[in-house]
Design a binder for this molecule. Structure first.
Ligand code: MSP
Length: 479
Protein backbone atom coordinates (compact mmCIF):
# COMPACT_ATOMS: atom_id res chain seq x y z
CA UNK A 1 0.00 0.00 0.00
CA UNK A 2 1.35 3.46 -0.88
CA UNK A 3 2.05 5.74 2.04
CA UNK A 4 1.54 9.46 2.32
CA UNK A 5 3.22 11.42 5.11
CA UNK A 6 2.14 15.03 5.56
CA UNK A 7 3.04 17.64 8.19
CA UNK A 8 2.16 21.17 9.28
CA UNK A 9 4.57 23.48 11.09
CA UNK A 10 4.49 22.88 14.82
CA UNK A 11 3.08 26.08 16.24
CA UNK A 12 4.44 28.22 19.05
CA UNK A 13 2.34 28.02 22.14
CA UNK A 14 2.71 31.53 23.51
CA UNK A 15 -0.68 32.28 21.93
CA UNK A 16 -3.77 30.36 20.83
CA UNK A 17 -4.65 29.15 17.32
CA UNK A 18 -6.01 31.72 14.87
CA UNK A 19 -7.20 31.58 11.31
CA UNK A 20 -3.62 31.54 9.89
CA UNK A 21 -2.61 28.40 11.78
CA UNK A 22 -6.00 26.90 11.03
CA UNK A 23 -5.45 27.49 7.32
CA UNK A 24 -2.27 25.41 7.11
CA UNK A 25 -3.78 22.72 9.31
CA UNK A 26 -6.94 22.47 7.22
CA UNK A 27 -4.90 22.33 4.00
CA UNK A 28 -3.01 19.37 5.42
CA UNK A 29 -6.30 17.83 6.54
CA UNK A 30 -7.75 18.15 3.03
CA UNK A 31 -4.73 16.39 1.54
CA UNK A 32 -4.66 13.73 4.25
CA UNK A 33 -8.34 12.97 3.70
CA UNK A 34 -7.97 12.88 -0.07
CA UNK A 35 -5.04 10.49 0.05
CA UNK A 36 -6.90 8.27 2.54
CA UNK A 37 -9.86 8.15 0.16
CA UNK A 38 -7.39 7.06 -2.51
CA UNK A 39 -6.53 4.08 -0.33
CA UNK A 40 -3.13 5.28 0.89
CA UNK A 41 -1.62 4.64 4.28
CA UNK A 42 -1.63 8.25 5.47
CA UNK A 43 0.27 9.70 8.40
CA UNK A 44 -0.70 13.25 9.28
CA UNK A 45 1.46 14.93 11.92
CA UNK A 46 0.72 18.13 13.86
CA UNK A 47 2.16 19.45 17.10
CA UNK A 48 3.54 22.24 19.25
CA UNK A 49 6.92 23.97 19.34
CA UNK A 50 7.54 24.43 23.05
CA UNK A 51 11.24 25.02 23.66
CA UNK A 52 11.08 28.63 22.66
CA UNK A 53 12.00 31.78 24.57
CA UNK A 54 8.59 33.21 23.79
CA UNK A 55 7.11 30.46 25.92
CA UNK A 56 9.27 31.43 28.87
CA UNK A 57 8.04 35.02 28.61
CA UNK A 58 4.42 33.99 28.16
CA UNK A 59 4.52 31.59 31.13
CA UNK A 60 5.99 34.32 33.31
CA UNK A 61 3.30 36.73 32.24
CA UNK A 62 0.62 34.14 33.00
CA UNK A 63 2.20 33.53 36.40
CA UNK A 64 2.54 29.81 35.72
CA UNK A 65 5.36 27.33 35.88
CA UNK A 66 6.76 26.31 32.52
CA UNK A 67 5.50 22.78 32.95
CA UNK A 68 2.00 23.92 33.82
CA UNK A 69 1.94 26.52 31.06
CA UNK A 70 3.22 24.24 28.28
CA UNK A 71 0.86 21.43 29.30
CA UNK A 72 -2.09 23.78 29.34
CA UNK A 73 -1.29 25.55 26.10
CA UNK A 74 -0.41 22.50 24.10
CA UNK A 75 -3.66 20.91 25.17
CA UNK A 76 -5.55 24.01 23.97
CA UNK A 77 -3.96 23.53 20.53
CA UNK A 78 -4.71 19.84 20.49
CA UNK A 79 -8.30 20.37 21.61
CA UNK A 80 -8.83 23.07 19.01
CA UNK A 81 -7.80 20.74 16.19
CA UNK A 82 -10.03 18.03 17.62
CA UNK A 83 -13.01 20.39 17.88
CA UNK A 84 -12.46 21.46 14.30
CA UNK A 85 -12.44 17.81 13.19
CA UNK A 86 -8.82 17.76 12.00
CA UNK A 87 -7.95 14.15 11.22
CA UNK A 88 -4.37 14.14 12.50
CA UNK A 89 -2.68 10.87 13.39
CA UNK A 90 -0.26 12.21 15.95
CA UNK A 91 0.25 15.36 17.97
CA UNK A 92 3.95 15.80 18.76
CA UNK A 93 5.24 18.01 21.58
CA UNK A 94 8.86 19.09 21.52
CA UNK A 95 9.05 18.77 25.30
CA UNK A 96 8.20 15.06 25.09
CA UNK A 97 10.94 12.53 25.99
CA UNK A 98 10.79 10.84 22.59
CA UNK A 99 11.37 14.12 20.80
CA UNK A 100 14.21 15.12 23.11
CA UNK A 101 15.83 11.75 22.53
CA UNK A 102 15.49 12.06 18.75
CA UNK A 103 17.10 15.51 18.85
CA UNK A 104 20.01 14.14 20.85
CA UNK A 105 20.60 11.32 18.36
CA UNK A 106 20.33 13.72 15.45
CA UNK A 107 22.77 16.21 17.02
CA UNK A 108 25.29 13.46 17.62
CA UNK A 109 25.10 12.30 14.02
CA UNK A 110 25.72 15.80 12.72
CA UNK A 111 28.53 16.22 15.21
CA UNK A 112 30.16 12.95 14.14
CA UNK A 113 30.00 14.20 10.59
CA UNK A 114 32.15 17.15 11.69
CA UNK A 115 29.42 19.69 10.94
CA UNK A 116 29.19 21.23 14.42
CA UNK A 117 31.91 23.50 15.77
CA UNK A 118 32.30 25.87 18.67
CA UNK A 119 32.45 29.54 17.85
CA UNK A 120 31.41 32.91 19.11
CA UNK A 121 28.22 34.64 18.17
CA UNK A 122 28.14 38.36 18.42
CA UNK A 123 25.05 40.11 17.18
CA UNK A 124 21.30 40.45 17.46
CA UNK A 125 18.57 37.99 18.32
CA UNK A 126 14.85 38.67 17.98
CA UNK A 127 12.89 36.53 20.41
CA UNK A 128 9.64 37.12 18.53
CA UNK A 129 11.22 35.76 15.33
CA UNK A 130 13.35 33.27 17.30
CA UNK A 131 16.01 34.25 14.83
CA UNK A 132 19.54 35.66 14.76
CA UNK A 133 19.36 38.92 12.83
CA UNK A 134 22.09 40.62 10.85
CA UNK A 135 22.83 44.27 11.61
CA UNK A 136 22.08 45.08 7.98
CA UNK A 137 18.61 43.56 8.29
CA UNK A 138 17.51 45.84 11.14
CA UNK A 139 15.33 48.79 10.16
CA UNK A 140 16.45 52.42 10.31
CA UNK A 141 15.69 52.67 14.00
CA UNK A 142 17.69 49.51 14.76
CA UNK A 143 14.51 47.48 15.28
CA UNK A 144 13.48 44.04 14.04
CA UNK A 145 11.78 44.82 10.71
CA UNK A 146 8.91 42.41 11.44
CA UNK A 147 8.17 43.01 15.08
CA UNK A 148 9.34 46.60 15.38
CA UNK A 149 11.02 45.70 18.63
CA UNK A 150 14.61 46.14 19.69
CA UNK A 151 16.28 42.73 19.46
CA UNK A 152 18.55 41.38 22.21
CA UNK A 153 22.26 41.90 21.79
CA UNK A 154 24.21 38.70 22.29
CA UNK A 155 27.86 37.91 22.68
CA UNK A 156 28.22 34.30 23.57
CA UNK A 157 30.00 31.06 22.91
CA UNK A 158 27.77 28.97 20.65
CA UNK A 159 27.85 25.80 18.64
CA UNK A 160 27.58 26.42 14.93
CA UNK A 161 26.27 24.23 12.14
CA UNK A 162 28.24 24.19 8.88
CA UNK A 163 25.27 25.24 6.80
CA UNK A 164 27.42 26.92 4.14
CA UNK A 165 29.04 23.57 3.34
CA UNK A 166 25.74 22.43 1.82
CA UNK A 167 25.23 25.35 -0.53
CA UNK A 168 26.07 23.54 -3.78
CA UNK A 169 24.36 20.33 -2.77
CA UNK A 170 21.18 22.23 -1.92
CA UNK A 171 21.16 24.16 -5.16
CA UNK A 172 21.75 20.99 -7.13
CA UNK A 173 18.95 19.15 -5.36
CA UNK A 174 16.50 21.99 -5.95
CA UNK A 175 17.50 22.19 -9.61
CA UNK A 176 17.09 18.46 -10.16
CA UNK A 177 13.79 18.19 -8.30
CA UNK A 178 11.34 20.78 -9.58
CA UNK A 179 8.68 19.65 -7.09
CA UNK A 180 10.98 20.03 -4.10
CA UNK A 181 9.82 23.60 -3.37
CA UNK A 182 6.43 24.78 -4.59
CA UNK A 183 5.14 27.13 -5.85
CA UNK A 184 7.82 28.36 -8.21
CA UNK A 185 7.94 31.96 -6.85
CA UNK A 186 8.85 30.57 -3.44
CA UNK A 187 11.43 28.25 -4.95
CA UNK A 188 13.08 31.24 -6.61
CA UNK A 189 13.19 33.14 -3.32
CA UNK A 190 14.82 30.22 -1.56
CA UNK A 191 17.34 29.75 -4.37
CA UNK A 192 18.30 33.39 -4.19
CA UNK A 193 18.66 33.17 -0.41
CA UNK A 194 20.89 30.10 -0.71
CA UNK A 195 23.02 31.69 -3.43
CA UNK A 196 23.49 35.03 -1.69
CA UNK A 197 23.06 34.62 2.04
CA UNK A 198 23.74 31.09 3.19
CA UNK A 199 26.12 31.16 6.16
CA UNK A 200 26.95 28.86 9.04
CA UNK A 201 24.35 29.25 11.74
CA UNK A 202 24.49 29.29 15.52
CA UNK A 203 22.54 26.29 16.81
CA UNK A 204 22.87 26.72 20.55
CA UNK A 205 22.40 29.39 23.19
CA UNK A 206 24.50 29.85 26.27
CA UNK A 207 22.50 32.40 28.19
CA UNK A 208 19.16 30.64 28.39
CA UNK A 209 18.03 27.75 30.50
CA UNK A 210 14.90 26.59 28.67
CA UNK A 211 15.32 24.16 25.79
CA UNK A 212 16.99 20.86 25.05
CA UNK A 213 20.53 20.68 26.49
CA UNK A 214 23.37 20.21 24.01
CA UNK A 215 24.59 16.60 24.29
CA UNK A 216 27.88 16.70 26.17
CA UNK A 217 27.59 20.37 27.16
CA UNK A 218 24.84 21.02 29.67
CA UNK A 219 25.64 24.74 29.73
CA UNK A 220 24.21 25.18 26.27
CA UNK A 221 20.67 24.78 24.99
CA UNK A 222 19.86 23.79 21.44
CA UNK A 223 18.55 26.60 19.25
CA UNK A 224 14.79 26.23 18.99
CA UNK A 225 14.67 25.90 15.19
CA UNK A 226 17.30 23.15 15.08
CA UNK A 227 15.24 21.28 17.66
CA UNK A 228 11.80 22.02 16.17
CA UNK A 229 12.52 20.82 12.63
CA UNK A 230 13.44 17.40 14.00
CA UNK A 231 9.80 16.93 15.05
CA UNK A 232 9.16 15.75 11.50
CA UNK A 233 11.34 12.74 12.33
CA UNK A 234 10.51 12.22 15.99
CA UNK A 235 6.78 12.38 15.19
CA UNK A 236 7.08 9.13 13.22
CA UNK A 237 9.39 7.28 15.57
CA UNK A 238 12.95 8.33 14.64
CA UNK A 239 15.33 6.93 17.24
CA UNK A 240 12.58 4.88 18.78
CA UNK A 241 10.51 2.90 16.33
CA UNK A 242 12.67 2.28 13.29
CA UNK A 243 10.03 0.22 11.48
CA UNK A 244 7.50 3.02 11.69
CA UNK A 245 10.07 5.63 10.79
CA UNK A 246 11.22 3.85 7.67
CA UNK A 247 7.63 3.17 6.69
CA UNK A 248 6.69 6.86 6.55
CA UNK A 249 9.92 8.76 5.92
CA UNK A 250 10.61 10.70 3.68
CA UNK A 251 7.78 13.17 4.16
CA UNK A 252 5.65 13.50 1.05
CA UNK A 253 4.62 17.05 1.89
CA UNK A 254 5.74 19.60 4.45
CA UNK A 255 3.24 22.49 4.44
CA UNK A 256 4.27 25.90 5.75
CA UNK A 257 3.70 29.63 5.47
CA UNK A 258 6.05 31.79 3.44
CA UNK A 259 7.73 33.48 6.44
CA UNK A 260 9.48 30.27 7.48
CA UNK A 261 10.64 29.01 4.10
CA UNK A 262 14.39 29.52 4.70
CA UNK A 263 14.31 27.31 7.78
CA UNK A 264 12.35 24.61 6.04
CA UNK A 265 13.70 24.68 2.52
CA UNK A 266 17.38 25.43 3.24
CA UNK A 267 18.32 24.68 6.87
CA UNK A 268 16.24 21.52 7.20
CA UNK A 269 17.45 19.78 4.03
CA UNK A 270 21.05 20.70 4.93
CA UNK A 271 20.56 19.21 8.40
CA UNK A 272 19.21 16.04 6.80
CA UNK A 273 22.08 15.86 4.32
CA UNK A 274 24.49 16.18 7.20
CA UNK A 275 22.75 13.42 9.16
CA UNK A 276 22.58 11.36 5.95
CA UNK A 277 18.82 11.07 5.98
CA UNK A 278 16.78 11.16 2.79
CA UNK A 279 15.22 14.54 1.93
CA UNK A 280 11.47 15.22 1.99
CA UNK A 281 9.74 15.13 -1.38
CA UNK A 282 7.91 18.45 -1.39
CA UNK A 283 7.65 21.66 0.56
CA UNK A 284 4.54 23.59 -0.28
CA UNK A 285 4.84 27.18 0.86
CA UNK A 286 1.59 29.12 1.10
CA UNK A 287 0.69 32.78 1.49
CA UNK A 288 -0.69 34.77 4.39
CA UNK A 289 -4.21 35.75 5.38
CA UNK A 290 -5.10 39.20 6.49
CA UNK A 291 -8.38 40.00 8.20
CA UNK A 292 -10.54 42.81 6.79
CA UNK A 293 -7.53 44.05 4.86
CA UNK A 294 -5.10 44.18 7.78
CA UNK A 295 -2.54 41.93 9.38
CA UNK A 296 -4.23 40.02 12.21
CA UNK A 297 -3.27 41.64 15.47
CA UNK A 298 -4.53 41.65 19.01
CA UNK A 299 -4.17 45.44 19.18
CA UNK A 300 -6.37 45.97 16.14
CA UNK A 301 -8.73 43.30 17.47
CA UNK A 302 -9.15 41.57 14.12
CA UNK A 303 -7.70 38.19 15.01
CA UNK A 304 -10.04 35.52 13.67
CA UNK A 305 -10.60 32.68 16.10
CA UNK A 306 -11.73 29.50 14.31
CA UNK A 307 -13.83 28.29 17.24
CA UNK A 308 -15.79 31.57 17.30
CA UNK A 309 -16.43 31.24 13.59
CA UNK A 310 -17.93 27.83 14.20
CA UNK A 311 -20.69 29.41 16.29
CA UNK A 312 -21.99 31.16 13.22
CA UNK A 313 -21.09 28.86 10.35
CA UNK A 314 -20.41 25.18 10.30
CA UNK A 315 -16.67 24.68 10.08
CA UNK A 316 -17.03 23.00 6.69
CA UNK A 317 -18.29 26.29 5.35
CA UNK A 318 -15.16 28.04 6.60
CA UNK A 319 -12.99 25.33 5.03
CA UNK A 320 -14.82 25.78 1.75
CA UNK A 321 -14.39 29.54 1.84
CA UNK A 322 -10.67 29.50 2.66
CA UNK A 323 -9.79 27.28 -0.26
CA UNK A 324 -12.27 28.64 -2.77
CA UNK A 325 -11.52 32.29 -2.18
CA UNK A 326 -7.77 32.33 -2.86
CA UNK A 327 -5.40 30.05 -4.74
CA UNK A 328 -3.28 28.04 -2.30
CA UNK A 329 0.10 29.75 -2.39
CA UNK A 330 -1.25 33.31 -2.72
CA UNK A 331 -2.16 35.72 0.05
CA UNK A 332 -5.82 36.07 1.02
CA UNK A 333 -8.05 38.46 2.88
CA UNK A 334 -10.70 37.17 5.22
CA UNK A 335 -13.98 38.92 5.86
CA UNK A 336 -17.27 37.68 7.23
CA UNK A 337 -19.14 39.63 4.57
CA UNK A 338 -17.27 37.80 1.80
CA UNK A 339 -17.78 34.46 3.52
CA UNK A 340 -21.52 35.11 3.78
CA UNK A 341 -21.69 36.10 0.16
CA UNK A 342 -20.05 32.90 -1.03
CA UNK A 343 -22.11 30.88 1.43
CA UNK A 344 -25.42 32.23 0.19
CA UNK A 345 -24.66 32.04 -3.50
CA UNK A 346 -22.47 28.95 -3.87
CA UNK A 347 -23.50 26.78 -0.94
CA UNK A 348 -27.10 27.71 -0.06
CA UNK A 349 -28.18 28.50 -3.62
CA UNK A 350 -26.14 26.43 -6.04
CA UNK A 351 -25.38 23.29 -4.06
CA UNK A 352 -28.02 23.42 -1.32
CA UNK A 353 -30.94 23.98 -3.67
CA UNK A 354 -29.64 21.36 -6.06
CA UNK A 355 -29.56 18.79 -3.29
CA UNK A 356 -32.93 19.77 -1.82
CA UNK A 357 -34.79 19.75 -5.11
CA UNK A 358 -33.13 16.51 -6.27
CA UNK A 359 -34.15 14.72 -3.07
CA UNK A 360 -37.65 16.14 -3.42
CA UNK A 361 -38.01 15.02 -7.01
CA UNK A 362 -36.72 11.52 -6.28
CA UNK A 363 -39.21 11.32 -3.44
CA UNK A 364 -42.11 12.56 -5.51
CA UNK A 365 -41.44 11.11 -8.95
CA UNK A 366 -39.55 7.88 -8.19
CA UNK A 367 -41.17 6.98 -4.88
CA UNK A 368 -37.86 7.74 -3.20
CA UNK A 369 -36.12 4.82 -4.92
CA UNK A 370 -32.94 4.73 -6.91
CA UNK A 371 -31.77 1.96 -9.22
CA UNK A 372 -28.00 1.58 -8.74
CA UNK A 373 -27.59 -0.07 -12.14
CA UNK A 374 -28.96 3.03 -13.80
CA UNK A 375 -26.75 5.27 -11.63
CA UNK A 376 -23.67 3.48 -12.94
CA UNK A 377 -24.50 4.67 -16.46
CA UNK A 378 -23.77 8.33 -15.74
CA UNK A 379 -20.79 10.43 -14.77
CA UNK A 380 -19.68 14.01 -15.25
CA UNK A 381 -15.98 13.13 -15.36
CA UNK A 382 -14.71 15.07 -12.37
CA UNK A 383 -11.32 13.30 -12.29
CA UNK A 384 -9.58 16.57 -13.06
CA UNK A 385 -10.69 17.85 -9.65
CA UNK A 386 -8.65 15.04 -8.10
CA UNK A 387 -5.63 15.96 -10.19
CA UNK A 388 -5.94 19.58 -9.05
CA UNK A 389 -6.26 18.47 -5.44
CA UNK A 390 -3.11 16.41 -5.60
CA UNK A 391 -1.27 19.36 -7.10
CA UNK A 392 -2.31 21.81 -4.36
CA UNK A 393 -4.66 23.66 -6.71
CA UNK A 394 -7.55 23.58 -4.27
CA UNK A 395 -9.39 26.56 -5.75
CA UNK A 396 -9.36 24.95 -9.19
CA UNK A 397 -10.57 21.65 -7.77
CA UNK A 398 -13.51 23.48 -6.20
CA UNK A 399 -14.20 25.38 -9.40
CA UNK A 400 -14.26 22.10 -11.28
CA UNK A 401 -16.71 20.64 -8.76
CA UNK A 402 -18.88 23.74 -9.06
CA UNK A 403 -18.93 23.42 -12.82
CA UNK A 404 -20.68 20.09 -12.24
CA UNK A 405 -23.08 21.77 -9.80
CA UNK A 406 -23.97 24.45 -12.36
CA UNK A 407 -24.27 21.85 -15.07
CA UNK A 408 -26.84 19.94 -13.01
CA UNK A 409 -28.84 23.04 -12.13
CA UNK A 410 -28.98 23.94 -15.81
CA UNK A 411 -29.81 20.39 -16.83
CA UNK A 412 -32.76 20.29 -14.44
CA UNK A 413 -34.04 23.63 -15.76
CA UNK A 414 -33.78 22.34 -19.33
CA UNK A 415 -35.25 18.90 -18.81
CA UNK A 416 -38.04 20.09 -16.48
CA UNK A 417 -38.74 16.81 -14.65
CA UNK A 418 -42.03 18.26 -13.33
CA UNK A 419 -43.30 18.46 -16.90
CA UNK A 420 -42.07 14.98 -17.74
CA UNK A 421 -44.06 13.84 -14.72
CA UNK A 422 -47.14 15.72 -15.80
CA UNK A 423 -46.90 14.23 -19.29
CA UNK A 424 -46.32 10.76 -17.89
CA UNK A 425 -42.94 10.35 -19.67
CA UNK A 426 -41.78 7.86 -17.08
CA UNK A 427 -38.73 6.50 -18.87
CA UNK A 428 -37.26 9.87 -19.63
CA UNK A 429 -38.05 11.15 -16.12
CA UNK A 430 -36.23 8.23 -14.52
CA UNK A 431 -33.25 8.73 -16.86
CA UNK A 432 -33.01 12.44 -16.02
CA UNK A 433 -33.22 11.91 -12.27
CA UNK A 434 -30.74 9.05 -12.25
CA UNK A 435 -28.32 11.18 -14.17
CA UNK A 436 -28.67 14.02 -11.67
CA UNK A 437 -28.34 11.61 -8.78
CA UNK A 438 -25.19 9.98 -10.20
CA UNK A 439 -23.43 13.29 -10.76
CA UNK A 440 -24.48 14.55 -7.34
CA UNK A 441 -22.84 11.47 -5.80
CA UNK A 442 -19.73 12.20 -7.84
CA UNK A 443 -19.75 15.77 -6.50
CA UNK A 444 -20.01 14.45 -2.95
CA UNK A 445 -17.01 12.16 -3.55
CA UNK A 446 -14.72 14.98 -4.66
CA UNK A 447 -16.08 17.44 -2.10
CA UNK A 448 -15.50 15.13 0.84
CA UNK A 449 -11.90 16.17 1.66
CA UNK A 450 -12.99 19.83 1.70
CA UNK A 451 -16.26 19.40 3.59
CA UNK A 452 -16.15 16.12 5.50
CA UNK A 453 -19.10 16.78 7.82
CA UNK A 454 -21.52 18.13 5.26
CA UNK A 455 -20.71 15.49 2.66
CA UNK A 456 -21.34 12.85 5.31
CA UNK A 457 -24.83 14.29 5.80
CA UNK A 458 -25.36 14.55 2.05
CA UNK A 459 -24.34 10.94 1.59
CA UNK A 460 -26.72 9.83 4.35
CA UNK A 461 -29.59 11.60 2.62
CA UNK A 462 -28.68 10.22 -0.79
CA UNK A 463 -28.23 6.68 0.45
CA UNK A 464 -31.45 6.29 2.42
CA UNK A 465 -33.63 3.33 1.41
CA UNK A 466 -36.45 5.72 0.85
CA UNK A 467 -35.12 9.06 -0.26
CA UNK A 468 -36.82 12.29 0.77
CA UNK A 469 -35.76 15.88 1.38
CA UNK A 470 -35.00 16.96 4.97
CA UNK A 471 -37.36 19.52 6.54
CA UNK A 472 -34.53 21.98 7.07
CA UNK A 473 -32.15 22.27 4.15
CA UNK A 474 -28.45 21.51 4.76
CA UNK A 475 -27.53 25.05 3.85
CA UNK A 476 -30.17 27.47 5.17
CA UNK A 477 -29.77 30.99 3.76
CA UNK A 478 -28.04 33.52 6.04
CA UNK A 479 -29.24 37.09 6.35
N1 MSP B 1 7.21 27.21 15.53
C1 MSP B 1 7.46 27.68 14.24
C2 MSP B 1 7.39 26.55 13.23
C3 MSP B 1 8.32 25.41 13.48
S1 MSP B 1 8.07 24.13 12.34
C4 MSP B 1 9.35 23.11 12.56
C5 MSP B 1 6.44 28.75 13.87
N2 MSP B 1 5.31 28.75 14.56
S2 MSP B 1 4.10 29.79 14.38
O1 MSP B 1 3.20 29.54 15.47
O2 MSP B 1 4.58 31.11 14.23
O3 MSP B 1 3.34 29.34 13.08
C6 MSP B 1 3.69 29.82 11.83
C7 MSP B 1 2.83 29.16 10.79
O4 MSP B 1 1.44 29.40 11.07
C8 MSP B 1 3.00 29.73 9.38
O5 MSP B 1 4.12 29.20 8.72
C9 MSP B 1 1.70 29.33 8.74
O6 MSP B 1 1.71 27.97 8.49
C10 MSP B 1 0.72 29.64 9.86
N3 MSP B 1 0.29 31.03 9.86
C11 MSP B 1 0.39 31.90 10.91
N4 MSP B 1 -0.16 33.08 10.54
C12 MSP B 1 -0.60 33.02 9.27
C13 MSP B 1 -1.36 33.87 8.44
N5 MSP B 1 -1.71 35.09 8.78
N6 MSP B 1 -1.79 33.38 7.24
C14 MSP B 1 -1.53 32.09 6.86
N7 MSP B 1 -0.81 31.27 7.62
C15 MSP B 1 -0.17 31.74 8.75
O7 MSP B 1 6.71 29.50 12.96
Amino acid sequence: MDKFYITTPIYYINGTPHLGHTYTTVAADILARWHRIQGKDVFFLVGTDENSQKVVEAAKKAGKSLQEFTDEMSSIWRETWLKLGISFDRFIRTTSPEHINAVKIFWERVQEKGDIYLGEYEGWYCVDCEEFIKESDLDDGGLCPYHKKKPDILKEKNYFFRLSKYKDALLEHIEKNPDFILPVERRNEVVSYIKNHLEDISISRETIDWGIPVPGDENQRIYVWFDALINYLSGIGFGQDEAKFSKYWPADVHLLGKEISKFHCALWPAMLMSAEIELPKTFFVHGHWTSDGQKMSKTIGNVVNPIDLMQEFSFDVVRYFLFRETPFGSDGDFSIARLKERYNSELANDLGNLLQRTLNMIDKYLDGRIDEEKVALYSYGLEQAGVYLENFKFDLALQEIWSAVSHLNKFIEEEKPWELFKNNEKEKLSEVLHRVYAILKEIVYFLEPFMPEITKKMRELLEKDRISAPDTPLFPKKE
